[in-house]
Structure formats: C-alpha cells, structure tokens
Design a protein around this ligand. Sequence first.
Ligand SMILES: [Zn+2]
Length: 192
Amino acid sequence: MQTLIPAAWAAAGHGIPSVCSRHGLPATLRARTRFESAPAGWTYALIPLGLLAFIIVRAVTRHVVDAPVWHYCDRCRSRRRRQQVGFGLLTAGGFAIPVAAIVTEADGPVASLLTATALLALIVGYIGLVRARWEVIAQARVTRDGQWIAVRDPAPEFDAEFAAALAAPVIGAQQYAPAATPTTPAGWSSPR
Ligand SMILES: [Zn+2]
C-alpha cells in the first residue's frame, strides 16, 4: 500500500504531516529530504553496455524532489544513526584490510581471502550507507513521472494527517477567487 503526495506540495512544504511516515510517531526532527525516482526498468538493460551509459541515462531520466520539510521521530533518528555507525565501520574495515595485508606481508591464499573480504565489506558497507539516507528512512520516493512522492506502507497516523490536509481548503485559493467573495455570515466562526 502506498500514499501519493503531490510533488508540488512536498517541494513547497505544504500538507506534510507532522508525524513520521515510517512509525506515525510525533516528530522530533524536521529535515530537508531529497527524494528521487527509481530507475525505469529499461535503463538496467544499458548496464551490459557499460556502467557509464547506465549512470548517464539514469541521471537524465531521474526525477528529484527536494522537500524542505519532512518529519522524523526518535526511532527514525536512532535507526539512521545505527546504520551510519554500523555500515560506516564496515566500510572503514574494508579500507583497513588491504593496509593490514600489506603491513603483515600476507600472500597466497591468505591475500586472496583478505581481498575478497575487503571487497565484500566495501560493497555491503556502501549499500548500507546508501540505505541510511533520509528518503529510505521515510520509505518514500518520487514516482517515475515525477508528479508524486509515493510513501510506501505509511503509518496510519501519517495517512490520517495527509487525508485531513487534502480535505482542507487549499491555501492561496483566494487569489483565484472572484474579487467579490461572499463574506462569512455574522455569528459563524471559522474552523478551529
Ligand atoms: Zn519514525
């Protein structure tokens, strides 16, 4: 299940719920978040032609929405910190192993094993660090047409707040309204 938030709203910071999208808990952090679209399936067919071709086409076809406001709770923050520390250490280990191999003058099967271990640590560490980006914590990305932020499996509290924002009168609508706007009858109080 996913909730679609208009990309224009996210870019303007309008209608973004005040709870985090992953847990639905009250926010303790507002962070600027850069959302990207997933590569279209056909772009992967370019990888055999070369990683560079894939990266170029990916860069050209990618949609990015820079949201000035997105909310995160304490659990989101500790999840990100854990990932950054854990995978950061793993990546550092990947760089340290070849140094250790040179210092200890390892050779033969030991050197091959160390190289393989270092490579694996670097790959897993890199993927883990990429997964620690805010957009992944928020479980959201831009749709391929660039029009929406798709939030995957949002918390019910997040969904409810967004539904309320959708139902609310659009801010700025008055600029499109005719000059002679009917006035609110006396005795009416505006909502909230
Ligand atoms: Zn959270």
